[in-house]
Ligand binder design. Sequence first.
Ligand code: 9MR
Length: 365
Amino acid sequence: MRKTIRAGLVGTAAAALLVSSFTLNASAAPEHTAARGKPKPPAADTLGGLGQRAGLRIGTAVDMDALAADAPYRARAAGEFTSVTPENVMKWEVVEPRRGTYDWSAADALVDFARSNGQLVRGHTLLWHNQLPGWLTDGDFTADELRALLRKHITDQASHFKGRIWQWDVVNEAFNDDGTLRDSIWLRTLGPGYIADAFRWAHRADPRAKLYINDYNIEGVNAKSTALYDLVTELRAQGVPVDGVGIQGHLSVQYNAPHDIAANMKRFDDLGLETAITEADVRVPMPVDSTDQEAQAEGYDVLLRGCLLTRHCTDFTVWGFTDRYSWVPETFEGEGAANLLDENYGPKPAYQALTEDLKLAAGRK
Ligand code: 9MR
């Protein structure tokens, strides 16, 4: 199966597209941020090193508890990737556990880690319906009060990290799968204009950060991705500072891989927007067998190739890199093993698949 896919890629117009997209991707990383780190080139045979040759950042979500406690995790996070995303520590409930009292310590630690390893940071996330502090969700705020709180949160957080964040996931998961806007505290109280406001506030606080809208189940062309497309078209027409679309990429081998991802990403690219794969993982029913692992490799491969075939796809981030630490088993009963490396850091076929894709891409640059 995988051989067929690869042969298809090489043998079609896709190969020609690869050549042009890699040249352009090379200019996608912001020089101002990269130059300020202590750039330490990643080893040539790592995902990050291969990605660099292909003109693309390869990132991971980072679990700060694992980073503190587990030396092999730390070494891999530092050495394999060229961008990082905090898995949890930039979320509102973590940074402002009590109203008016900020705790940036864990998030600052990640930014420092990234800087010392020459990595860029994807900030995640300024506005979400989940992981909000209790004082906010339990508070009985008027619309004016809530709007002021949101504005302050976005302004304070983006200002705190000003100049140190490459891309912000400004708005996360605003849509339902049917393309309607999600019923959240924000939509209910502030109306749909909260999305444009969030981008404007973030841009004012950190004008050089690239501002993304991020969601799941928008890999292929469907009702949700089309609604998001319509929204960003409108926002751009109104001059709202939205720079990119983040496609999370949480897949399961129980569903078809999104083979139309490149066509979907192209329509955002054609609007002049950047794109990124921001949270890739591919879960499997447990216990895992080799067929599942091949299907998993195909899932990762489809996601990465979507990015490689898209001119301004800037980054491919996995949501964790080892099965030792993953959100999946707690959320999907009976599923797991969603990452590139097993619990003992052994590479799976999916890791190999990404390596091959990047080598092909780098060789064509
Ligand atoms: O991986 C995160 C997990 O540790 C948290 O418990 C969870 C809480 O909702 O959020 C997970 O990360 C999510 C991300 O922030 C947004 N997209 C979906 C991710 C997986 O749920």
